[in-house]
Write a protein that binds this ligand. Structure first.
Ligand code: C5P
Length: 216
């Protein structure tokens, strides 16, 4: 069974998807981490085609079994890049690389191969629209722009106004790009998390997932 969670930056997708996966005993897929890996390679080798970098990248997500529910480690070509892929520079480059059709094609193929077997909570921008349109449950997670910027700023220890300005640029690019723009998937349930606690959001989606499981 697959739960697809899409939505804009800062809607709480990562925290929700991680906690939900733990609650349901599913595996968590952070598709954004894969775009960030390609961005990191591209920043290191700007002369290369990002699509070629995406095709050749070996990306693994490793759960730390001693710390259940913690962020899985992201291993890129054998190196742990978990922290390195979270800088504002990489965020910016990831959003740019994600507009490239060849990058998307390569990463969607890797994502489909991963989720082909087992139970997953997969999170991103195009999981319900492109990667897995027949997911058992699709959630479009959102929150007000101010709330999203405030959460991101707290997470990064950065200034909320700066984060809001950068976020608006990324939102604009993610929703207006030609290839797989951020859209609510058909059949997706919209959940606005403004003012909701993480636990409330997780319980709400877990109930929907259990109902979906009973139907399947
Ligand atoms: O979710 P996260 O902020 O880590 O994603 C980084 C960037 O990767 C996003 O700004 C978006 O442009 C891109 N992305 C995407 N499709 C996904 C996941 C992420 O285009 N499924």
């Amino acid at each position: 069974l697959l739960v697809a969670i899409d939505g804009p930056a800062g809607a709480g997708k990562s925290s929700v998807a991680r906690a939900l996966a733990r609650e349901l005993g599913f595996t968590y897929l952070d598709s954004g981490a894969m775009y960030r890996c390609v961005a990191l390679l591209w920043l290191d080798s700007p002369e290369q085609q990002p699509a070629a970098l995406a095709r050749e990248a070996r990306i693994e997500m490793r759960e730390d079994s001693s710390r259940p529910g913690s962020t899985p480690r992201t291993i890129l070509n054998g190196h742990d890049v978990t922290e390195q892929i979270r800088t504002p520079e990489v965020s910016e480059a990831a959003s740019e690389a994600a507009a490239d059709a060849g990058v998307r094609e390569a990463l969607v193929a890797k994502q489909r191969a991963l989720i082909a077997a087992g139970d997953w909570v997969a999170e991103g921008r195009d999981i319900g629209t492109v990667v897995a349109p027949d997911a058992a449950l699709k959630i479009f997670l959102t929150a007000s722009p101010q709330e999203r910027a405030r959460r991101r700023a707290a997470e990064l220890g950065a200034d909320a106004a700066t984060v809001l300005a950068e976020q608006m640029m990324r939102d604009e690019r993610d929703t207006s790009r030609e290839h797989s723009p951020l859209l609510k998937a058909s059949g997706a349930v919209t959940l606005d998390t403004t003012g909701m606690t993480l636990a409330d959001v997780v319980q709400r989606i877990a109930a929907l997932a259990r109902a979906a499981r009973a139907r399947y």
